[in-house]
Design a protein around this ligand. Structure first.
Ligand SMILES: [Zn+2]
Length: 339
């Protein structure tokens, strides 16, 4: 029995010494000390020994076990250290190599223009507000004085989620939500994404952006509307800019107007950009329809107000003299770098 144990010990120590990696070392542990290991087998066989032999053999088994365990442990420490050192060696960073260049982008032209527009209106005391893009049919049409059979609803054909919800065709529903929520005076600017089932071409996209403004207070007149928009146009396009109001029709305002500014390119002389007219249309506006005020719980005999809305894409195209709206959405870096 002593000899057998001696053999086991020597065999184990030899294989431990020859091992070069931690996985093999673990296999050796299992082979000798594991549940089905050689040394464990001898311990299990001790019940067949005589009373005198048992303690003697037991002692030797324990000694052999300790020796093997110590050998395993010290080899493990040695191998781990070697592994760490070789990893450190391989992963050394060469600080003299040239660094990867970090490309820092900049704002999209539409964002630049949007920031400018916000800044102008914040300067006039407007609050920036937002509303949901998935909107109730009621807020998008009905509350804006556009009943189910109104032709304006066809012009703004959109994407319906179901009978009740749709992708908003305009940012005007934000005005309704603000009027329901707040008591006048109200002075808000609502920029946001809107959707219509339009084919993509140089001037149309199924997704585009609107910016709407709304002012409700006592004694608000068309003069306030003209004043606010004239200031806005001069701030955006320059001090020399002139503004022209042309009568128009919108269901939610009365009276309504479209606003032209003198052409930024030719200052009104007529050029290719203004198609020879000297004027460029930039937005629609009007005095909030009394029916709309009523539907929002605001007394039209006490309060009045104005609203206006513009397309962010259109303003951006004009500002940078870009001819095709698709360029704004393609996000070609060569195009975006120009702004
Ligand atoms: Zn012009």
């Amino acid at each position: 029995m002593k000899e057998i144990l001696q053999n086991i010990k020597e065999k184990a120590i030899t294989s431990i010494n020859e091992t070069t990696n931690l996985n093999d070392l673990n296999d050796i542990r299992v082979a000798y000390l594991g549940k089905k290991g050689e040394l464990t087998a001898i311990l299990k066989g001790m019940k067949d020994l005589s009373q005198e032999e048992r303690p003697v053999v037991g002692q030797i088994v324990n000694e052999v076990r300790e020796i093997i365990e110590e050998a395993l442990e010290s080899k493990k420490v040695k191998l781990s250290k070697e592994l760490r050192e070789s990893q450190l060696q391989n992963e050394t960073i060469d600080v003299t190599l040239p660094a990867k260049k970090v490309e820092i982008g900049h704002r999209h032209p539409m964002n630049i223009v949007l920031e400018d527009i916000k800044r102008i209106f914040i300067g006039m005391g407007y609050e920036i507000v937002e509303g949901p893009e998935v909107e109730k049919d009621y807020y998008n049409f009905e509350a804006l004085n556009i009943p189910a059979n109104h032709p304006a609803k066809d012009e703004q054909d959109t994407f319906y989620i179901n009978g009740e919800y749709l992708l908003r065709t305009q940012t005007s529903p934000v005005q309704i939500r603000e009027m329901e929520k707040k008591t006048p005076p109200i002075r808000v600017l609502a920029p946001g994404r809107v959707f219509r089932s339009d084919e993509v071409d140089a001037t149309h996209s199924p997704v585009f952006h609107q910016i709407e403004g709304l002012v409700i207070d006592k004694n608000i007149t068309m003069a306030d509307l003209k004043g606010a928009l004239a200031v806005f146009a001069k701030e955006l396009y320059g001090e020399k800019t002139r503004v022209k109001f042309r009568p128009h029709h919108f269901p939610f305002t009365e009276p309504s107007a479209e606003v032209d500014v003198s052409c930024v390119m030719c200052e009104g002389k007529g050029c290719r950009m203004c198609k020879g007219t000297g004027w460029i249309e930039i937005l629609g506006c009007g005095m909030v329809h009394p029916k709309v005020l009523e539907m929002c719980g605001i007394d039209p005999n006490e309060y009045s107000g104005f609203a206006f809305g513009m397309g962010l894409e259109r303003i951006t195209l004009l500002r940078y003299e870009i001819e095709d709206m698709r360029l704004l959405f393609e996000n070609d870096v060569r195009f975006l770098k120009q702004f």
